[in-house]
Design a protein around this ligand. Sequence first.
Ligand code: TRP
Length: 334
Amino acid sequence: MKIALTGIKPTGNLHIGNYFGAIKPALELSQRYTARYFIADYHALNTVKDPAELRRYVLEIAAGWLAAGLDPQRVVFYRQSSVPETFELATILMAFTAKGLMNRAHAYKAAAQANGEKGLDADAGVNMGLYTYPALMAADILLFDPDAVPVGRDQTQHVEMAADIAQALNFNYKKPLLKIPEAVVQESVAVVPGLDGRKMSKSYGNAIPLFAPEKQLRKLVMRVVTNSQGVGESKDPDASQLFALYKLFASEAEQAALASRYRAGGMGWGDAKEELFYAANRCLAPMRERFDALIADPAGLGEVLASGAERARAIAKETLRRLRDAIGITMNKE
Ligand code: TRP
């Protein structure tokens, strides 16, 4: 079976956009691939500098993915920081990573440009963690020989950089020491609209948390922006973000039935919201229950992650042994 690997940055609470855009497709992929999914806690350190916050985010991501259906028997699920081989590989890769490549990484370029627009020095507030982010990400990836790296569109450049770095290293030693990874972007994944109709994103403040308690979920659904059409008017489901959200949670038959009620007129936005809340809560309630149970048992989560880390390290050590040997770091070899 081919290998899929992805990293999840623990920098905030999971929302519905994360679930439909990343978690659900990655879990589907784990049925067809040997999957290695990890929590990228050292990537988060670049921005999360409060220890309690970092711990909380890591636990929430772990509980969230498990609640969403990740099977830790099937998927090697671990924290990046529990696999120190990552950091040794990152050091090796640095010697094959052109500085110019890092200059072109879009996260760094965006920061430099934002600084420029504010009349600041290009590197103001940029730490080396952010600058070398793609090299660490390359280590995350190349350590585990994945064929496929499922990521959002914004991360494809980083995966291409990992492939470039692997090629530079392989070329130097004239051996296929590292497998060349490929990004997999789920084209069919719908953009999940947020409360205001823009793409759901933590940074826009328009997100519906994945595990919001029922009351809060209801409140948020009632806040989804609609146009000002009255009850009697015929409404276009395809122009409504309320309906776009409904589609994520409802069966095809339910979608068709509600679409005709939209078109017929006689249904107000309040009713359309009730329908969305009903369908969303039906899907999310069991996950929320599992999440609440998991998050209440941090020691249990720790055990799941520790056993994942053990399996991950066995693979990582093998990669490192192969590389150390090939590059001449291992001594006493003829
Ligand atoms: N950079 C990714 C993000 O921000 C997270 C990540 C870290 C990752 N290492 C990875 C993704 C390795 C895929 C493979 O979402």
